[in-house]
Design a protein. Structure first.
Lengths: 196, 196
DNA sequence: CAACGTTAGTGAACATTGTTCAATAATGGT
DNA sequence: ACCATTATTGAACAATGTTCACTAACGTTG
């Protein structure tokens, strides 16, 4: 019995994910088609479906890489003062998302959206919330720091989600980074006022 | 020379918009196809394209109706105390969006997304921000009440946007209404603490 | 070393999509 | 009664994701 040949199988998979990222950045969510992707890595649609379950799966794989990168950046934040740390975390988040807006956008907007998220995705987000909970807890709020951290992430995410699809201007002319700062400062002010 | 016949032209247009709304509510963004819509109103795809420029235009028309309905509900809010008024406005917004999540969702998520928004859309949103600015101004904040109103709308919108596509649980188990309340209360607390 | 079972890769085919357009049918003014 | 005008049709086109019988190539086994 013969074994599977796996010479450049993994390599092709990796190249495909990289190519998908490029297609997204160049042409937006609609540019990530099975045929375009196949052509990018000099193969055929059939092979793409041999490597991935569906085009949505390709997108999700691109996104996985992005989340890993984000985790690394978040861990690189050095500030120890709670306020400065929260501001720095927000800055990292905003910068990261806007840099990769094409990828991020495709996940929510395009024709390749998927309804369910795998466990590793949930775990990544959970980890992110954990990093926010820490400095929030250091501010000694009245309420559960975890819940407040969730609310803070939600605020900042809402801002960048709109900015990523170029629709922030429907509501305001303020810049995403300024808005994120304001959200963080407001949370801190409310905690210090004894409201939370 | 013969005139255009416009007997049931407008009626058909109206029925079509209504049918589109139904399709969205029953089968999500993907269910709003040209052929399905044509069948719903007992006509053909060609006629749909005679009434509307594109399928995106159909979706935008459905959304226009929704925004008009929202404006009516917002104007019906009777509370005069600033805090209670802001809370009531947030409640109306959350309830409305979640009730019509299918329509709202299609605008951002599905394959029928459109890149630009017409003027009437911007005007509606501008009006909405105006209604929020009023009670915010009554709280005598240090900063520009309009900018704060924009930030508040952004907070609440971020929450319902995620909830509408059933992805709020990626971040938190808290309920949309509770989160909206928290956002309003935090804004008020920050203003009262003299932070904004 | 040769043969064969297993597997990766292919590309044609299918169903659906939005969208267009020549042809047809119907209408209301002259 | 006629006919210019216009709405409606439905076939056609291009592009999409996805499937699958087929081919080619490989590594194990005798």
């Amino acid at each position: 019995m013969a074994r599977p040949r796996q010479y450049d199988h993994d390599a092709l998979r990796t190249r495909t994910i990289e190519a998908a990222k490029l297609l997204l950045e160049e042409g937006g969510p609609a540019a990530l088609t099975a045929r375009a992707l196949a052509k990018s890595v000099k193969t055929t649609p059939g092979t793409i479906y041999n490597l991935f379950d569906s085009m949505s799966a390709v997108l999700q794989e691109v996104n996985r890489q992005a989340l890993v990168d984000l985790a690394i950046l978040v861990d690189g934040v050095g500030q120890t003062d709670p306020r400065e740390r929260l501001l720095a975390l927000a800055e990292v988040y905003v910068t990261f998302m806007l840099d990769r807006r094409a990828v991020w956008r495709a996940l929510f907007e395009g024709p390749r959206i998927s309804s369910t998220f795998p466990d590793w995705y949930l775990a990544q987000i959970d980890g992110l919330i954990g990093r926010i909970t820490q400095p929030v807890a250091a501010l000694k709020p009245k309420g559960d720091p975890r819940l407040l951290a969730e609310q803070l992430l939600l605020s900042v995410h809402g801002i960048v989600a709109l900015a990523a699809i170029d629709r922030l201007d429907l509501i305001t002319m303020q810049k995403p980074m300024d808005l994120a700062h304001a959200a963080v400062e407001r949370m801190i002010a409310a905690i210090r006022a004894g409201a939370e």
